[in-house]
Ligand binder design. Sequence first.
Ligand SMILES: Nc1ncnc2c1ncn2[C@@H]1O[C@H](COP(=O)(O)OP(=O)(O)OP(=O)(O)O)[C@@H](O)[C@H]1O
Length: 257
Amino acid sequence: MTDTMTPPALAIRGLCKSFGGRAVLSGFDLDVAPGEVVALLGANGSGKSTALKCVVGLVLPDEGRAHVFGADLFDGSRSSVQARTRIAMVFQQIHLVRRRSALDNVCAGALGRLPLRRSWAPVAFPRELREEAMACLDRVGLADRAHERIAALSGGQQQRVALARALCQRAGVLLADEPVSALDPSAAENVMHVMTDLARSESIAVAAVLHQPELARRHADRIVGLRDGRICFAGHAGEISQNEISALYIANEKVSA
Ligand SMILES: Nc1ncnc2c1ncn2[C@@H]1O[C@H](COP(=O)(O)OP(=O)(O)OP(=O)(O)O)[C@@H](O)[C@H]1O
């Protein structure tokens, strides 16, 4: 639970998921408040991505509930569909259209709220949207690269475009699955800085899967540790000990020995 009085933007309760009879997520709970950055840490296969994928509907959970701004994401109602439009996802494998410009990719973040006829191609995005997208690119320091194709940008710049797209989507919740794993240390630091800055200034709730505990310690407000689909610890970044973090990555044989 968050310790603020602000109701969580994202609230997950009792999420369970098995694949082929093997439990990969067992009773996963998470609250993320607006403007808060929560890092999810855990070894490969501990269930981090599955948790995020359940929230966005890429994986169907066996049990559990998730609410975004109070709307149940799993009840199939109109409000759940609406709530999903407030969730943006950023992946390690950057999901941008490489042959389109940074600006077009950012505009695409708003497709969910445009009339259907305003599809990607070849209709031009409305001027107001292009202006909003340009402002979003400016927020991530890329206004001067707006008209370049994604393929011409570095990995770190592409990830910043993905963040600008989430801004243009007007997302209230950002789920980031290893957003910096493919980046060099300097680009990773930069993207983390941009992401946490946007979270705080735009009151976006961020849940980010990270494989770099030191980045989690430096940038996240809270850290949640997952092991074999269960939460081992959750607390303020400064209060989680190195031993707790190290234990997440010790092979199972050693832990049970
Ligand atoms: N669609 C699927 N079908 C079968 N098994 C799956 C599927 N998706 C995930 N798994 C399994 O579930 C477990 C948890 O996977 P998940 O991707 O959530 O872990 P993770 O903590 O994100 O790992 P990593 O750090 O390697 O990305 C793994 O053992 C994985 O092989």
